[in-house]
Design a protein. Structure first.
Length: 123
């Protein structure tokens, strides 16, 4: 096996191209993302259903990763998924409260990260 790798000149081979990755993301969006009002939501399976809070969050993050990789090609889909995301009510806070404070907390986290990256103390 090592001899075969050396004979190939030490070049690496990629299993997927950029186009393959985009095709996979597009197929996922078509199969599992459903429009909802001003946004979209992720179906638990191809027939619908609730994927659950953490699964939906992780799947939105996957589309955000694709958006970063493609320099914004999936920005509309990420925005729609975030607009359609509804966090659950629980004993800690209501869904409406969580949706109201999420942008504030995100801005604070970004501000603190920028300060940290610049060597400053976060506020």
């Amino acid at each position: 096996m090592i001899a075969a790798l050396l004979a190939a000149g030490g070049r690496s081979a990629f299993a997927f191209t950029e186009a393959d990755a985009n095709t996979a993301v597009d197929a996922y969006l078509k199969a599992f993302v459903q429009p909802k009002g001003e946004g979209s939501f992720i179906k638990g399976d191809q027939n619908g259903g609730d994927p659950g809070f953490w699964q939906e969050i992780e799947e939105i993050e996957g589309i955000e990763d694709a958006n970063d990789r493609t320099h914004g090609a999936y920005n509309a889909q990420v925005t729609a998924l975030l607009n359609g995301f509804t966090p659950p009510d629980d004993i800690e806070a209501s869904s409406a409260y969580r949706r109201r404070v999420a942008p504030v907390l995100a801005q604070r986290a970004l501000r603190d990260a920028m300060a940290n990256a610049q060597g400053e103390k976060a506020a």
